[in-house]
Write a protein that binds this ligand. Structure first.
Ligand code: ATP
Ligand code: MG
Length: 362
């Protein structure tokens, strides 16, 4: 698939305009703070329903205005598809596909497949477990239809269970807890089994990429909450999770939060035998992040049977010549959007200059 045309109105600093892209590598260049990342953000918004920079939807509205609107025409095997995203201050967002309103973000997830690379990806490698969980959840929710729904159910039950812990501490009977635990275990096990399978897939891919790029070995260790080396059997996972919940009840009551479950999980990326989070150099971590994204791309392509679109925000300048060459070779045949401060040293199929929110095709 590829994005043929984009229309933006009141989106961040971008001027109201229609932009036509080419099928291959689209390069956007311009000085700092001109709107390059904003442009990629608007495309990614149509793909995931939210900002890749973690901004709230209301922050995407141009300063001083009270709404924004973004529309794209996506080409898919000669079929054109229209995706629209509108948001007015203090109102609900309106998302439409081919003119039909869709009810939830999960419905949007199967419409436009993108993978984004940005310097912040380094956080997935460097920072705490919540960054990796968030990343994992967002990748899986695109390829597994019910994943986001199950995750939302799990989180809802978790909040209620934590509230219940408080009332139990205040003297209410424990008996009702079992109902919550059974529900939590049901959704929790679904999440764990899918995470296990996705991470196995990541491992196969990341091994290959890292070997090719830097001749290093890679391994993924899923630190699941049930302490299983292989958490792919749902019934076993359910049983183990239930046992863990029962075992931890005193701690749960002490801290008034649930100590075990998918909301506490993590995964490790082991490079040449060592945890990359702890031991890798900055450059190595950058390579690992890159390989992780390439794996995401491969899995997305395989699972959906579609060609995803690559969004590379400011990453080219940070890579050495070999890595740059490796990525550009792999991206042949896919639509790619690359932002860069200069036009030099990047070979693209079409170029756009961005200046003060205006995008001009050359
Ligand atoms: P860099 O090369 O530094 O990454 P960039 O071209 O990617 O720059 P953007 O992140 O796209 O820059 O931001 C462009 C400008 O948009 C910035 O000056 C930013 O302050 C501004 N901006 C951000 N949010 C809004 C908004 N809601 N309304 C208007 N302008 C905004
Ligand atoms: Mg930028």
């Amino acid at each position: 698939m590829y994005v043929k045309e984009l229309f933006v109105d009141n989106f961040r600093n971008l001027q109201k305009q229609k932009i036509e892209f080419c099928k291959g590598i689209n390069i956007f260049y311009g000085l700092n703070a001109q709107g390059k990342s904003n442009l990629l953000e608007s495309i990614r918004l149509l793909s995931m329903g939210r900002s890749f920079r973690g901004s709230k939807t209301t922050e995407l509205i141009k300063f001083g205005e009270d709404y924004f609107y973004v529309k794209a025409i996506i080409c898919q095997e000669n079929n054109d598809k229209k995706i629209e995203f509108g948001y007015k201050k203090n109102e609900n967002k309106v998302i439409k596909v081919n003119g039909n309103k869709i009810k939830s973000t999960s419905e949007l997830l199967g419409q436009l497949f993108t993978v984004i690379f940005s310097p912040e990806d380094l956080n997935i490698i460097k920072e705490g477990p919540s960054y990796r969980r968030k990343y994992l959840d967002s990748c899986i929710s695109v390829v597994e239809k019910n994943y986001l729904y199950n995750l939302m159910q799990y989180n809802r039950i978790l909040i209620n269970r934590n509230k219940l812990l408080k009332t139990i501490k205040e003297g209410k009977s424990r008996s009702i807890l079992e109902v919550f635990d059974d529900q939590l275990v049901e959704y929790g096990a679904k999440i764990i089994v899918v995470r296990q399978s996705y991470l196995k897939n990541v491992e196969i891919n990341i091994k290959k990429f890292l070997l090719e790029i830097s001749n290093e070995t890679a391994e993924i260790v899923y630190l699941n909450s049930v302490g299983l080396k292989d958490a792919s059997d749902k019934e076993i996972v359910k049983k183990r999770l239930k046992e863990k919940l029962l075992k931890n009840i005193d701690l749960d009551l002490k801290y008034l939060t649930t100590q075990v479950g998918p909301h506490r999980e993590d995964f490790k990326i082991i490079i040449n035998g060592y945890d990359s989070r702890v031991y890798s150099s900055q450059g190595q971590q950058r390579t690992v992040a890159l390989c992780l994204k390439l794996s995401e791309f491969e899995i997305l392509k395989k699972e959906t049977g579609e060609k995803p679109i690559l969004l590379l925000d400011d990453v080219m300048s940070e890579l050495d010549e070999n890595r740059k060459k490796y990525i550009l070779e792999r991206l042949q045949g896919f639509q790619t959007f690359i932002t860069h401060t200069t036009k030099r040293d990047l070979k693209g199929d079409c170029y756009f200059k961005i200046s003060n929110g205006v995008v001009i095709k050359e």
